[in-house]
Design a protein around this ligand. Structure first.
Ligand SMILES: *Cc1c(COP(=O)(O)O)cnc(C)c1O
Length: 395
């Protein structure tokens, strides 16, 4: 199909929730580049919104998936699978969690985490169900995760939303403390707010939340769906901050493009789930687990995360230079390869111009440019992006 035909067919048959998408039809990817169906190459600083951590057609992931496709795609969690067991061991050995559960999307992981927090207190005969989350947070699009999300623009069309969520200002420890009541089960935050504008937590804030939760006997949940799996230069952002949650949720980069999500919890919390309490038909199927296992193996290789930190620091430095040079740049923020650039001008317009110049990037809100490149980008790739951005800001 020609590009125009694809776009027209989509408009005719797909629900219009994405409005006008960027006018390109992507066909294949290799390394850190994507190619459209007219053969145009794009340098990718979006990575499918933090999903394609190893870029495209990564040999180890591709080989693993090919092999798994020949063997078994799915057969239900009524049975055991070696690859699922191996993935669980690998995740637990490399995280603060003792047990894991798999789903298919970020929202599903957060739903599961919320259910586990409620069940944890039910087991103790306590009626604690409320979850405190942050304003400007993003936790998903199902009704409960939408209720958890602290942005009315996503919520207002779908009220009434499930009860049991309270939103407080991010990076405001006092606000969190005041919001805790007898009904509070957990505080759930993103260590760096992604969708909400690439807002990093202050270290003292996360440390303070940990202390608040310990004092109140409630759970601390980190939504690491965007920050997890190497994005910040550590396997998890909680390591970057040195603050351990009781439950951590993962999704985006976990399968490098295969849909898989997970939540991990400490044993004393995870033990609250009993047979029959939770399940997912597709969650953790052999194909998805194989993708996640291969992805994690690469990210855990010696030196991989060190390189993410180095390239991230270089990227950050180059962007800081632009911030000095141009009045239209307000601030550069983030960690590792999760970087936001707050602008005085429309971020969407800049992203459109970057696309015209062959570079894919993201926005977060009206005026924040968001970069979530594959973790395998090089300083040369960064130079290419910065050159394009420099040209656009100079206009
Ligand atoms: C993307 C995202 C989600 C939702 O993930 P889905 O797979 O779209 O359901 C939840 N939380 C955070 C922090 C995210 O970035």
């Amino acid at each position: 199909m020609l590009k125009e035909e694809v776009i027209q067919t989509d408009q005719d048959y797909f629900m219009n929730v994405f409005g006008k998408r960027f006018p390109i039809v992507l066909e294949r990817g290799e390394g850190v580049c994507l190619y459209d169906n007219e053969g145009v190459e794009y340098l990718d600083f979006a990575a499918g919104i933090a999903v394609n951590a190893l870029g495209y057609k990564h040999p180890q992931v591709t080989e693993a998936l090919k092999e798994q496709v020949e063997k078994l795609l799915h057969a239900s969690n009524l049975y055991y699978f070696e690859i699922q067991a191996k993935l669980s061991k690998l995740l637990v050995e490399n995280s603060c969690g003792d047990k894991v559960f798999y789903g298919n999307s970020g929202a599903e992981a957060n739903e599961g985490a919320i259910k586990l927090a409620r069940k944890y207190f039910k087991e103790q005969g306590q009626e604690k169900y409320e979850v405190i989350t942050a304003k400007e947070s993003f936790h998903g699009r199902t009704l409960s995760t939408l209720a958890a999300t602290g942005q009315t623009k996503y919520q207002k069309a779908f009220t009434p939303l499930p009860k049991g969520f309270k939103h407080v200002s991010y990076n405001d420890l006092n606000a969190a403390q005041k919001a805790i009541t007898k009904q509070t089960a957990a505080i759930m935050v993103e260590p760096i707010q992604g969708e909400g504008g690439v807002n990093p937590a202050q270290k003292e804030y996360l440390q303070g939340l940990r202390e608040l939760c310990d004092q109140a006997g409630i759970l601390l949940i980190f939504d690491e769906i965007q920050t997890g799996i190497g994005r910040t230069g550590d396997l998890f952002a909680y390591q970057t901050y040195g603050v351990e949650p009781d439950i951590v949720t993962l999704a985006k980069a976990l399968g490098n493009g295969m849909p898989i999500s997970a939540f991990l919890a400490k044993d004393r919390v995870a033990d609250a789930f009993k047979p029959g309490d939770h399940a997912s038909t597709f969650g953790g199927n052999p194909l998805a687990c194989r993708a996640a296992y291969a992805t994690l193996q690469v990210i855990l290789e010696d030196g991989f995360l060190k390189k993410v930190k180095e390239v991230g620091a270089y990227f950050r430095e180059r962007l800081e230079q632009l911030a000095v040079q141009y009045d239209s740049v307000v601030e550069v923020r983030g960690k590792g390869l999760m970087i936001g650039v707050e602008l005085k001008i429309s971020a969407k317009e800049v992203v459109g111009k970057l696309l015209d110049g062959g570079v894919l990037a993201l926005t977060a809100g009206e005026n924040v440019l968001r970069f979530l490149p594959p973790l395998i980008i090089t300083t040369e790739d960064v130079d290419q992006l910065v050159k394009s951005l420099d040209r656009i800001l100079a206009e």
